[in-house]
Design a protein around this ligand. Structure first.
Ligand code: FRU
Length: 493
């Protein structure tokens, strides 16, 4: 009975996506090289995995509207991380534990074991007495069609925990065992709970792996855990910590006790639009991360579903980044080298001495481009310099590098007729002779990388097609651009 409903709901989701595709094809706000669903609403990346020679992306998907709703898992595969082929939906709500209009198949992760691809996810339901979240299992042997485990759920919230806030399992293997961590809420504080298993189906509770004492909020969404260099990293998206969307902790792990001790704290991204990053390792041993380029309604800058909503789609993923541990236990997040394969025509310039008059940077069509700027800090006399991106007579996004106060500021109060807010981040490496700014601009987003890729600001801006000029200018003095190069980027859709 229930598996029939599973099939029916999957087919309905696929059919709806097919219906919407032609309507969305020419939508103006669509990205050129950031991953998107074919139609409808997308949020967290789920189940990222390299399986049988292909990269798999799953994602939180509402195929029936461009707003959050009953959650399905969308699915796409790629050989090269850049070009994605969409597959049939992988998971649909269908069972008492995951079928509810405001619930469904919530976020989770994947693991390959003995050639089989396993997905663990949170079933969210409501039997009339508040939401109930449990951890559930599904698998596939061909990487396309999935079956839910008959004995789901595999894990329920422990005594004394809030069953409405117990979600987003991340599964991984270490030594003899499988481990699973998930976000939980105890009283007013967030925790990550860790479980252990030797067969993926039966789980033993191990410990509270890490917890907030208030400084990291009341709930951690999408916790992730992975080895990096000779350390371990715990990452999560906290609820109740104002502007911080994705925190990482670097430390050491005791797998016997299930306790994680950390000694370094950082943010994966300091922009308005980065949430729920998930990591996975590929066949080359790289630790890759993908985040959802958006924010939730509890965040200070949230407005509503945004301009793309009217085009029957909403949401996309950030660029795929590779994580590397630095000597000071901070993490560098660098867009994967495959993005170089999307580079087309470029222009470059050397030793530009720019004052307060705007200098125009020609970068592709002015919207979908990549740009590298190397600033000579020794020769620069200005206290600030600014980039004006996606600019026309009415609107522009302004990025200010404040050398005096060591800050990078992304001002999108006048980026378009919808976006708002000013994001700030402290810069770390201004004492060096040179500053590199690496910018990836797409139709509806701008990502800025600096500080050796340890500092990132990602913001969505919904430019009209006339907003395609880009400039740089100094404030009170001169900025010396030692070298710059800008590439037009291939459109992958
Ligand atoms: C994070 C999140 C998860 C949840 C999912 C639901 O963005 O709230 O905690 O599983 O989205 O779509």
């Amino acid at each position: 009975m229930s598996s029939q409903l599973f099939e029916q709901n999957l087919q309905a989701a696929d059919a709806q996506t097919e219906r919407m595709k032609p309507i969305i094809r020419n939508a103006r706000m669509r990205q050129h090289y950031h991953f998107m669903a074919e139609a409808g609403w997308i949020n967290d990346p789920n189940g990222l995995v390299f399986y049988k020679g292909k990269y798999h992306i799953f994602y939180q998907h509402n195929p029936f509207g461009s707003f959050w709703g009953r959650m399905f898992w969308g699915h796409a595969v790629s050989d090269n991380l850049m070009h994605w082929k969409h597959l049939p939906h992988a998971l649909a709500p269908s069972e008492h534990y995951d079928d509810h209009p405001e619930g469904g198949c919530f976020s989770g992760s994947a693991i390959v074991y003995k050639d089989r691809l396993y997905l663990v996810y949170t079933g969210t339901t409501n039997y009339g007495n508040g939401f109930v979240q449990t951890q559930c299992l599904a698998w596939s042997d061909d990487g396309v069609y999935f079956k839910k485990y008959d004995l789901n759920p595999i894990i329920t919230a422990p005594e004394g925990y809030d069953a409405a806030n117990f979600r987003d399992p991340k599964i991984f293997r270490h030594g003899e065992y499988f481990y699973l961590i998930c976000g939980a809420k105890k009283g007013d504080f967030a925790q990550a709970l860790i479980y252990r298993s030797d067969d993926i189906r039966h789980w033993e509770y191990l410990n509270v792996m890490a917890e907030s004492k208030g400084e990291f909020g009341y709930m951690w969404e999408c916790p992730d855990f992975y080895p990096l260099g000779d350390k371990y990293v715990l990452m999560f998206s906290p609820m109740g910590v104002k502007n911080r969307t994705s925190i990482y902790l670097v430390g050491s792990m005791n797998f016997q006790t299930g306790k994680f001790d950390y000694y370094s704290i950082g943010e994966v991204d300091s922009g308005f639009d980065y949430y729920a990053p998930q990591s996975f390792s590929d066949d080359r041993g790289r630790r890759l991360l993908i985040g959802w380029a958006n924010a939730w309604d509890w965040m200070p800058w949230w407005k509503d579903w945004g301009p793309s909503f009217k085009e029957h789609w909403c949401g996309f993923f950030s660029l795929i980044r590779e994580a590397r541990l630095c000597e000071d236990n901070r993490i560098q997040f660098k867009p994967v080298e495959e993005y170089r394969n999307l580079r087309k025509e470029s222009i470059n310039a050397e030793m530009l001495l720019i004052r307060d008059q705007r200098y125009q940077i020609k970068a592709g069509d002015g919207i979908a481009y990549e740009m590298e700027l190397y600033i000579d800090l020794k020769q620069t006399t200005a206290k600030k310099f600014q980039l004006f991106l996606h600019s026309d007579d009415m609107f522009e996004s302004i990025i200010t590098v404040d050398l005096e106060h060591s800050e990078l500021i992304f001002d999108r109060n006048n980026s378009d007729s919808w976006s708002k807010g000013i994001a700030h981040v402290n810069l770390k490496y201004l004492e060096r002779n040179e500053m590199k700014l690496h910018i990836y601009s797409d139709q509806s987003s701008i990502e800025v990388y600096t500080d050796d890729y340890q500092t990132i600001i990602s913001c969505n801006v919904f430019a009209e097609n006339t907003q395609n000029h880009n400039y740089i200018a100094a404030c009170d003095g001169m900025v010396c651009v030692k070298y710059m190069e800008a590439w037009e980027m291939e459109s992958v859709f």
